[in-house]
Design a protein around this ligand. Structure first.
Ligand SMILES: [Zn+2]
Length: 329
């Protein structure tokens, strides 16, 4: 029987560091249960009293390691695997229980724009191998899939071609051993649904997260989709996790989370950026401090976020503080 989730408790009781492992175990059950989909009564219970901390920003970390302008971070899976593994390990040490693979751009179209279109297989396989080496069973590995950027290319790309491009990447990630695949930073609902369908066809649990930072209220995707519309359509399309990432500063995520929460019974994934970037003495500095970020992360959990992490600017220091405040480490 399909049941509606009750609202999460106003205050989540968090005590004892041993609960961290419990949440991790619960998460594995979440994946199993969401995937089978019919055992929602158990899933409801798990989701009302647990949450999982994911990783934070990758682009910010690549800049720390000196990535050049116009260089493809995913290409580092082949040219600098030790650095990629080090970034993943730093997030594990900060307390992340889910690590995404460094494959956000590793579809044939995006890699093609860096002249790496023929390296799709190698880059995805290496991305998963690096993540698995880094986590050593201390966290789950989610395959990261991002948008193709098709709207920014002059070439016409049909829905069928788009589907094939996502299928190719998803199958490579699945064959290499990811626990789930997460679509992040999606800006076009139509493209996200095609990608989701391609991932679901591999048989792996699949999540999808959109960027809501357009419109007067900064609550729409660039293509004008609302959180309610996205949540409802992704639920219908079989997404196992639904969420929002990047764009807004973390305070803007509270209303977005509530609106997603009211439109789906699926677990909600939230990865805000660390605010607005600025340049101070030649360095990129983000407007939200790790302390403020962690406080808001706690509020997001009390409002029912099942997965919390960070996007642009939210470095391991941010994730570490989130884990400390939420007593998961
Ligand atoms: Zn971001």
């Amino acid at each position: 029987m399909h049941t509606q989730f009750t609202n999460p408790p106003a205050q989540i009781q968090i005590s004892g560091s041993d609960r961290c492992q419990l949440r991790f175990d619960n998460f594995q059950k979440i994946i199993e249960l969401t995937y089978r989909y019919t055992m929602n009564e158990n899933l409801e219970k798990i989701l009302t009293d647990s949450f999982t901390i994911t990783d934070g920003a990758w682009g910010t970390q690549f800049r720390e390691f000196g990535i050049g302008p116009g260089e493809c971070p995913d290409g580092w899976n082949l040219s600098s695997p030790r650095i990629v593994e080090k970034i993943a390990r730093t997030y594990i040490e900060a307390g992340s229980k889910i690590i995404l693979t460094n494959t956000f751009r590793a579809n044939r179209i995006s890699l093609g724009s860096y002249g790496l279109g023929e390296k799709v297989r190698e880059i995805n396989q290496a991305g998963v191998k690096i993540a698995l080496n880094a986590v050593r069973k201390r966290a789950l590995v989610f395959g990261s899939v991002g948008p193709t950027g098709k709207m920014f290319t002059s070439r016409y790309i049909s829905d069928t071609e788009l589907f094939d491009v996502y299928s190719e990447q998803a199958q490579l990630l699945v064959d290499a051993g990811v626990d789930a695949v997460m679509l992040e930073s999606m800006i076009d609902l139509a493209e996200a649904k095609i990608a989701l369908k391609a991932i679901k066809e591999t048989g792996i649990p699949a999540g999808v997260s959109m960027v809501f930072d357009a419109g007067r209220e900064k609550d729409l995707t660039m293509m004008g989709n609302t959180p309610e519309q996205a949540a409802a359509e992704f639920t219908m399309a079989g997404a196992d996790i639904i969420g929002a990432n990047c764009g807004l500063g973390i305070e803007g995520y509270i209303p977005i989370l509530k609106r997603l929460r009211s439109s789906t019974n699926k677990p909600i994934w939230i990865k805000p950026s660390a605010g607005v970037p600025g340049i101070v003495q030649g360095n990129v500095v983000y407007s939200t401090s790790p302390q403020v970020f962690a406080q808001y992360a706690k509020v997001l959990v009390t409002h029912g976020a099942s997965f919390i992490g960070g996007c642009c600017g939210a470095s391991p220091e941010y994730i570490n503080l989130v884990c400390k405040l939420l007593k998961t480490k």
